[in-house]
Design a protein around this ligand. Structure first.
Ligand SMILES: [Mn+2]
Length: 433
């Protein structure tokens, strides 16, 4: 599935027989969403070894067209006016360079039927918000080889149970604050942050107010300090520590463009913040969240065509979406490393036998000019990305290859690799008695 990089069933299968095979693959009860998600992170631990890793998590929706006669078993998403599934994913990125190291874990699910209880009637582990904690716990296993891990998420992940139970030595959290909270000293979080002394001002690049517009520069005022947040009063929270100590980093725009609200982020973290430099560093880690937004964009539109799948059962669409996350992550890793700026290894994406096939293909893709030769060290991810881009039709001139070229290249590559392994199989299987 990941190999063919296209989610239209007919193209995935290649021909009618193949199409039926692919349909059977997703219909097979042994192919579970849990198994697909387990396979997301198989190469990520190795790539993360010895690094400070940002484990960035977020949720996105995949919407499919339905009609009242044909809902495909899909539940409501969005503002309750569309049908689809929810994709929650965590990826690993190097904290220093922003290089994407691969997927860590997550969940993909459908919401069939109507929820008849309110959120406060449900135990914490029965709420959808439990995904943030469960995925962070997955990261402890998958990213065990990392030197240090910081879990980064938006305001949806500001959950008391998570602050109280997930942080560990070398395992920190960084999220935007959601609602104002009671503090142990009787005050309120937002008021406390307002009283912190101005520590620094700096101009940073931020996403534009209008979606789709280029990033703009914003002058931001920085404040930081420590707080002790108090446990929410409702009885579900009784098992947790009565208070948790956190650092708050408050950044707000000094002079917003005319007619727009000033940007204002209140970040909460378990990291120690003792000076402005450390606070700005944490702001940078939070901004690295754009990498997961990019992952979801690639998954939905740029080439994978997930939302055009004709599959008719929700259960299969969930499996298809789980597969698409991995494919999108590979495309993104190849694009990110096309210039070799991070010095990543090809093993971050490819297996040993796939790297062998890449090596065999490499000389056949060189052109007659120096510019048309692979300039990257053999077995680096940049070297592999050059080969995949050439297979995807990139001519080594003009625009550097993007995710769509990489997708085409991956389709080509896996067709070739499959043919090559078929050819080699009989020889490998020969046993001399
Ligand atoms: Mn989000």
């Amino acid at each position: 599935m990941v190999a063919r990089k296209t989610l239209c069933l007919r193209r995935l299968g290649g021909d009618r027989a193949g199409e039926l095979r692919v349909g059977r693959f997703f219909a097979n009860p042994k192919v579970t969403t849990a198994k697909i998600i387990d396979s997301w992170g198989t190469q990520t631990g190795t790539a993360a070894a010895g690094r400070h890793v940002l484990a960035i998590q977020d949720t996105s929706e995949v919407i499919w067209p339905t009609s009242p006669q044909r809902r495909r078993g899909l539940g409501l998403v969005g503002k309750g006016n569309a049908y689809g599934v929810l994709v929650h994913a965590m990826l690993a990125a190097d904290a220093g360079t922003g290089a994407c190291l691969g997927l860590v874990g997550g969940a993909v699910w459908n919401r069939p039927g109507k929820v008849t209880t309110t959120i406060y009637e449900r135990a914490l582990e029965d709420r959808e918000s439990i995904r943030w904690q469960r995925t962070a716990e997955q990261a402890k296993h998958i990213l065990a080889p990392a030197a240090r891990v910081t879990v980064v998420a938006d305001r949806e992940a500001d959950i008391y149970a998570q602050w109280a139970t997930v942080p560990d030595s070398g395992f920190d959290l960084l999220s935007r604050a959601s609602n104002d909270r009671r503090l142990a000293d009787g005050g309120m979080l937002f008021a406390a942050a307002d009283r912190f002394a101005l520590a620094d001002t700096r101009t940073i690049k931020v996403a534009s107010h209008a979606p789709g517009q280029p990033r703009r520069r914003a002058e931001m005022a920085l404040r930081f300090g420590e707080v002790e947040i108090a446990r929410p009063r409702d009885p579900h929270h009784h098992p947790f520590a009565p208070t948790v100590r956190l650092r708050v980093i408050d950044v707000r725009e000094i002079a917003p463009p005319r007619g727009s609200e000033p940007l204002h982020w209140r970040l909460l973290t378990t990291h120690t913040i003792t000076d402005a430099a450390q606070a700005w560093q944490a702001v940078g880690w939070y901004q690295a969240r754009w990498i997961i937004e990019q992952l979801f964009r690639v998954m939905k539109s740029q080439g994978l065509d997930l939302e055009n799948s004709q599959m008719t059962s929700a259960e299969r669409l969930v499996k298809l979406a789980a597969t698409a996350v991995k494919a999108a992550c590979i495309d993104m890793q190849l694009v990110q490393e096309r210039d070799g700026k991070h010095g990543s290894d090809a093993t971050a994406v490819f297996t040993g036998s796939e790297i062998d096939t890449l090596g065999a293909l490499n000389p056949t893709l060189a052109g007659s000019t120096p510019r048309q030769r692979n300039p990257h060290p053999p077995s680096s991810l940049a070297w592999a990305a050059w080969i995949i881009a050439r297979l995807g039709g990139w001519n080594c001139y003009y625009k550097p290859p993007g995710p769509i070229t990489m997708r085409r290249g991956m389709e080509q590559f896996y067709a070739i690799h499959r043919g090559r392994t078929l050819e080699m199989k009989p020889q490998q299987d020969v046993r001399i008695p």
